[in-house]
Every structure is written in structure tokens, then in C-alpha cells.
Write a protein that binds this ligand. Structure first.
Ligand SMILES: Cc1cc2nc3c(=O)[nH]c(=O)nc-3n(C[C@H](O)[C@H](O)[C@H](O)COP(=O)(O)O)c2cc1C
Length: 564
């Protein structure tokens, strides 16, 4: 199948409508991978307006007296089985240059007048070539919230050109949303439906009723879209409506303030209610460079934006507006900017740790759940248990019975890769298994527990400490899945927090070694295990507290002892 794609937007590649046309084409290719494609952009083509001389009907039948890019367009139209007309709605019609291209179709028609059989208008000109197998698809975006009722002039014209409804249409309101990167979470699902439409068109020659129904659904609710669109102009509605001259502002009032409001509303639109934590959260956006404050309330149903400080904020983000826009556009990583102290966060910091699921396209129930769902069994995140298990078994079993305990350790090390085969194993899991196996073999070879126990703590602690000299400290490997996976490794706060915790745990293991060694030669040696367990328990509690405290401390602009 040959396809000619005509980009009728004066914006060329930046066209919103072309995003839809590309998705439609992708869908066609899904169904027919070997499609032949020619594209032409009206904005860069040299196509002069028709002179109305009728030379193409009299002096040079079928040939225009002007020789410009239209010659190639007409050839491509003959070559194509399907012509896709992609264009914006301009004044309820097609843009002028595209209308020029349509006017220049005259050489393809015969001058004679014939009756129409489809009841469109009163007369037509027959085509010079057989168009019976040619198909046309109109793909267009417009600025109003819905396409409904806005395309009458367009369909009126194409009914005349192609025959009544003898073409497919994808008309979409809210077209300007497609160029807003921050709203991809809302527009991408629409493009998926357009792609499905392309698939159906290529496979069955028409867009199915269900897909057509989904295409007609507005991307955003009418009120939200219109409020956002109005605010996006950075012009005060009342001032523009009449008081502009008196105020001398020409309708331009505090340009950045409405822009910041529109931007904050856009952010709120991305809220994923599935991430609702059970209590109302209020985020305060304090745009320090423009002196504007907005609050976003996150409820079970929606996120609403109010101007000023209306409620008690649970999280306060103090940031230059310009910086927050760059973060939203993906030009700078939010966590990196936070790590560099470019903005600060006060109050509930857990929101920042799960930002992507709160304002993203994930299912929002929990980040780790998202990771697990999307992972194939073989790629499940690493488990810290894999590293702890061999030595924990060693510490628990060997003091009871050195020989039997050592054999249990060897058995666990042999079985562990099998038991945890669905999880990614880290180098630390391998080292732990090797360490525990060697210690167990040493025990079987006659090394006394007096040395083996402290040595095991020291070796294990040394491994944790050594990991801090690498780019990824020990604990970061195991908890990254809870914070967005590998992305968390680029978060300086996450990394410095884990570096501190890993070092602290290494110190606790060293302390365990000392305790085990000191108590071994005293009557209290029976309590050695209890003391060691108590120390680990305390460290566990500290870890839990520190994971919440530290990021919030640094995010509030206080100094960090370590760099990520
Ligand atoms: C001159 C002009 C006229 C427009 N007329 C209409 C219109 O009549 N109805 C409408 O809904 N949108 C109208 N729009 C908005 C565009 O259709 C809308 O921004 C569209 O998404 C642009 O698509 P494009 O990026 O493919 O060019 C108009 C825009 C311009 C610049």
C-alpha cells in the first residue's frame, strides 16, 4: 500500500496534528509493515495560488501552466492508494496554503459537468483518472475543547471532493495539549487510540465504532482545559476584555503569574489518585523568583489548585519557577537539582520520594509494585536477604553445633541461587555466599568458633565498608527498587543516605566482632548472641528513622555530611 502524507500545518514538524498523523501511520504500519510512504510539507513547498486561467482545461489539458512543487504533489497523489491530509483547523476551515494546494487539483478534473449520485451539492467534474480505489484520511487538531461542530466547513468541502463521507476522519479538540511535554501523561493515551485507529484502517479499511467513540472523548474535562488554555496566554482576562487601555498594559498583566498558575494546574492534572495515601496532602509551591504561592491539595479523587496559602501545607517546595519548569520538561533531574540545593523541601518528604507515582503515569499504588509488575521473573529486584542469609545461618547454627551448623551453611549456600533464582543476584550476594562457605569449610577443617565468629563479623562488615568506596553502596542495591529502580542511583540524596547507612552498618558489624571476641573468654559468652542481636535491632530501628529523617533534613537546605 502506498501512502502520501500531506502536512498542511504552517508549523511544519512542530505541528500538533502531525503527532496524530504519525501515530496513525505507526498503527497502519503495525498492520502493514511494508507500506510505501511519501510525505510533503505544505509549509516549505513552493506552491503558487491558482491563477484561474483554466489553461489546464483548454490549452494544455491536464497540465497546469505553472511549474512548481505542485507537479510532484499531483504525481504522488496518483501514486498513493491512501492520502492522509494532516492539518490544523483555521477559522473552521483548512489553512490557506493547504487550500491553495486543494485549488491546484483542477488539472486532475475534466471540465465537463455531471450530476452527482450521492446528493452532495448540484453537479461535479469527473476525474481525469480512476479514483475508485483511492482512500483519503483527514487528521486534524483544533483549539477548542472538542472537535464536535467545528469541522462542518471541512467535511462540507471534502464531501464534494471525495464523495459524501467517502473518507476517514480523526478530528481532535484540545490540540495545543500535544506540544506540552509535561502533559504527555494525558496526551500519550490519546495517541495510543489514534494508533489503534490507524491499525484498524489498514486492516479493515475503516476505523471501528469503539475506537471512534474513544477518539471523540475529550482529553481533559472542558472546564479544566478552558481554564488552563485561558491562563496559558499570560494575559488577564478582565484586563484584555476592556480595561486594557485604561491600565496601559495592553492586556498584558503579570505575565509570569498566570503562567505559573497554568503550569501548576497542569501539574495537578497529572495527579494519580491511586497514589492517595489515606490522608489529605497539601503541597505548597512557593515560586521564589516570581513571588507566587499556590497550594495543590491531593485528595482521594483529585488534585485541586488554589492561589496563596489557604491551608496548612504538608510539604512546602521553595523553588524558582523557571527551575521547576526545566525539571518538568526533563531538562534537569529533580533529585539532582535538590541534591545541588537549587530548591528546598520542608515537611513531609515521602511525597518527593514517590513523586513519579503521585504525578506520573504509573499505577500509583506503590513504586515497588510498579517495578515488580513490569519486570519479567528473571529480572526481579535484588533481595537483601540473599546477602544476609548465608552469614545469618552461620551465626545462628555454628555456635550450637560446629559440624552440623557448618554443613547447614554449605547447604544454604548451595541452594540459595536456586531458591532466589527469580531475583537479580548482586556481587555482594556472591561474596556473602563465598564468605560463609569458606568459613564453614574452615570450621569443618578444625578452626575454632572463637576465631570464626569474630572473623565472620569483620569480613562481612569489611564488605559493607568497601562498597562505600564504589559508586553504589551496599544498601542502595537492595532498596533502589522502592525508589524507582536504577533511576534512584542518580539521586544524590538517595545515594548519600545509603552511603551513610552502609557505613553505619559496617561499624555495627565491626562492633559485633569486638563484642563476640571480648565476651568469648568471659562467663557472659552465652549472651554474646543476644548482645549482637540487640545491637543489630537498634541499628535496624535507626535505619528506619534515618531513611525518613536524612533526605528531609538535606532537602530543607541543611548541610549534608556526604556527597551522593
Ligand atoms: C489562524 C488560526 C486560526 C484558528 N482557528 C481555529 C478555529 O477556527 N477553531 C479551533 O478550534 N481552533 C482554531 N485554531 C487553533 C488550531 O487549530 C490549533 O492550535 C491546532 O492544534 C494547531 O495545529 P497544528 O499544530 O497542527 O498546526 C486556530 C489557530 C490559528 C493560528
Amino acid at each position: 500500500m502506498n501512502v502520501l502524507l500531506i502536512n498542511g500545518s504552517p508549523k511544519g514538524d512542530a505541528s500538533n496534528s502531525m503527532r496524530l498523523a504519525s501515530a496513525f501511520l505507526d498503527g497502519m504500519r503495525d498492520a502493514m509493515p511494508d507500506i510505501g510512504l511519501r510525505t510533503m510539507a505544505v509549509s516549505t513547498a513552493d506552491i503558487s495560488p491558482c491563477k484561474g486561467c483554466f489553461a489546464c482545461w483548454s490549452k494544455t489539458p491536464g497540465e497546469c501552466c505553472m511549474h512548481d512543487d505542485m507537479t510532484g504533489v499531483l504525481k504522488s497523489e496518483k501514486w498513493a492508494d491512501v492520502t492522509i491530509w494532516s492539518f490544523p483547523l483555521y477559522y473552521f476551515g483548512v489553512p490557506g496554503p493547504l487550500k491553495t494546494l486543494i485549488d491546484r487539483q483542477l488539472p486532475t478534473m475534466l471540465p465537463f459537468m455531471v450530476e452527482r449520485s450521492d446528493g452532495v451539492g448540484n453537479g461535479a467534474h469527473p476525474s481525469r483518472f480512476d479514483r475508485s480505489n483511492k482512500r483519503n484520511v483527514l487528521i486534524s487538531t483544533c483549539g477548542f475543547y472538542t472537535s464536535k461542530g467545528n469541522y462542518d466547513a471541512v467535511t462540507g468541502m471534502f464531501d464534494h471532493i471525495c464523495g459524501r463521507s467517502n473518507y476517514e476522519t480523526v478530528f481532535c479538540g484540545q490540540g495545543e495539549l500535544f506540544r506540552v511535554r509535561e502533559l504527555r501523561g494525558k496526551t500519550d493515551p490519546y495517541l495510543i487510540v489514534v494508533r489503534q485507529a490507524g491499525r484498524e484502517f489498514a486492516a479493515a479499511g475503516a476505523i471501528g465504532a469503539e475506537t471512534r467513540g474513544r477518539l471523540s472523548e475529550p482529553i481533559l474535562p472542558k472546564e479544566t482545559y478552558e481554564a488552563m488554555a485561558d491562563a496559558s496566554w499570560g494575559i488577564d482576562k478582565d484586563v484584555a476584555a476592556g480595561k486594557a487601555e485604561q491600565s496601559g498594559q495592553g492586556g498584558k498583566a503579570r505575565a509570569s503569574a498566570p503562567q505559573a498558575l497554568a503550569f501548576t494546574r497542569q501539574m495537578a492534572l497529572l495527579y494519580n489518585p491511586k497514589s492517595y495515601s489515606g490522608t489529605l496532602r497539601v503541597i505548597e509551591m512557593d515560586y521564589t523568583d516570581i513571588g507566587e504561592v499556590y497550594q495543590i491539595s491531593l485528595t482521594e479523587q483529585e488534585a485541586t489548585v488554589v492561589e496563596g496559602r489557604a491551608a496548612t501545607a504538608t510539604t512546602v517546595i521553595k523553588t524558582p519557577f523557571e527551575l521547576w519548569q526545566r525539571i518538568a520538561r526533563g531538562e534537569i533531574e529533580g533529585s539532582q537539582a535538590l541534591g545541588q540545593g537549587l530548591y528546598t523541601v520542608e515537611g513531609d518528604f515521602s511525597l518527593m520520594l514517590h513523586w513519579d507515582s503521585v504525578f506520573g503515569t504509573g499505577d500509583g499504588s506503590s513504586d515497588s509494585a510498579t517495578v515488580r509488575k513490569s519486570s519479567r521473573p528473571a529480572a526481579r529486584p535484588p533481595l537483601m536477604l540473599a546477602s544476609l542469609l548465608p552469614l545469618t545461618v552461620f551465626w545462628a547454627c555454628v555456635p550450637i553445633d560446629a559440624t552440623l551448623g557448618s554443613m547447614v551453611v554449605l547447604g544454604v549456600c548451595a541452594l540459595e541461587p536456586l531458591l532466589l533464582h527469580r531475583h537479580e543476584l548482586t556481587v555482594y550476594d556472591d561474596i556473602s555466599m563465598a564468605m560463609a562457605s569458606l568459613l564453614a569449610l574452615a570450621m569443618l577443617a578444625g578452626v575454632g568458633n572463637l576465631w570464626a565468629q569474630p572473623a565472620s563479623y569483620l569480613l562481612f562488615g569489611a564488605m559493607w565498608a568497601a562498597s562505600c568506596a564504589t559508586s553504589v553502596p551496599f544498601t542502595a542495591y537492595y532498596v533502589k527498587a522502592l525508589y524507582g529502580g536504577d533511576k534512584a542511583l542518580g539521586n544524590p540524596l538517595f545515594m548519600s543516605c545509603n552511603r551513610i547507612l552502609t557505613l553505619a552498618w559496617a561499624a555495627v558489624f565491626a562492633l559485633n566482632a569486638v563484642v563476640a571476641q571480648v565476651l568469648a573468654s568471659t562467663p557472659a559468652h552465652a549472651y554474646s548472641g543476644l548482645v549482637v542481636s540487640g545491637l543489630s535491632l537498634l541499628m535496624g530501628l535507626f535505619t528506619k528513622w534515618f531513611q525518613g529523617f536524612y533526605p528531609a533534613w538535606v532537602a530543607a537546605g541543611r548541610p549534608s555530611p556526604l556527597k551522593g
